[in-house]
Design a protein around this ligand. Structure first.
Ligand code: IMP
Ligand code: MG
Length: 183
């Protein structure tokens, strides 16, 4: 087992824990305004969205229900495989409900474009997306995110739920990996 320090593999910190918390609080305020008087179900996409869900949900003061889905669209590296599969479906029946998908990053958009149409076919009152990060240059599928933390350049990032080969999810900040990690 490699017991070396994960944070020291970052070459650059893009967003600190504090910046992330501040941005999520702003997004939560927008969500509360937009969904005022409406029932709201937030759906976190495992495993990457765990940290975003935890902090976004706690920035909401209104009632909200949380559910989870697990979807595979990626291999173990840094490139999308193009295949989407449901590994864990929702517990909740979403017909007639307002659903907000919460994810950590939109890269090609393949996962969320597929998921949006999948959930839309279940008769919800609405389906929208909140994502902490988005890479506009990488987008190949049309995905409308209602709430976006930040747009970032097309480079691979880790931390705060984002992984490289299942590691670095536990970092509090988001940053880019040193090249020696890939080789
Ligand atoms: P998409 O379907 O190409 O939009 O990819 C979505 C998924 O790919 C995300 O939910 C992440 O799990 C993963 N992903 C995309 N870009 C990155 C990155 O820069 N770092 C870590 N994971 C990423
Ligand atoms: Mg993910």
């Amino acid at each position: 087992m490699d017991t070396s320090d994960a944070q020291s593999d970052l070459v650059e910190v893009l967003f600190t824990e504090q910046q992330i918390h501040e941005r999520l609080a702003e997004m939560a305020a927008e969500i509360e305004k937009d969904y005022q008087g409406k029932d709201l179900l937030i759906v976190g996409i495992l495993k990457g969205a765990v940290m975003v869900m935890a902090d976004l949900a706690r920035s909401l003061t209104r009632h909200v229900e949380m559910d989870w889905m697990a979807i595979s669209s990626y291999g173990s590296g840094t490139k999308s495989s193009g295949v989407v599969r449901i590994l864990k479906d929702l517990d909740a029946d979403i017909s007639g409900r307002h659903v907000l998908i919460v994810d950590e990053i939109i890269d090609t958009g393949l996962t969320l474009s597929w998921l949006t149409s999948n959930l839309s076919s279940r008769g919800p009152a609405s389906v929208a997306i909140a994502t902490l990060l988005r890479k506009p240059e990488a987008l190949t599928m049309p995905v409308e995110a209602k709430y976006v933390g930040w747009d970032i350049p097309n480079e691979f990032v880790v931390g705060y739920g984002l992984d490289y080969r299942e590691r670095y999810r536990n970092l509090r900040d988001i940053g880019t990996l040193a090249p020696h990690v890939y080789s």
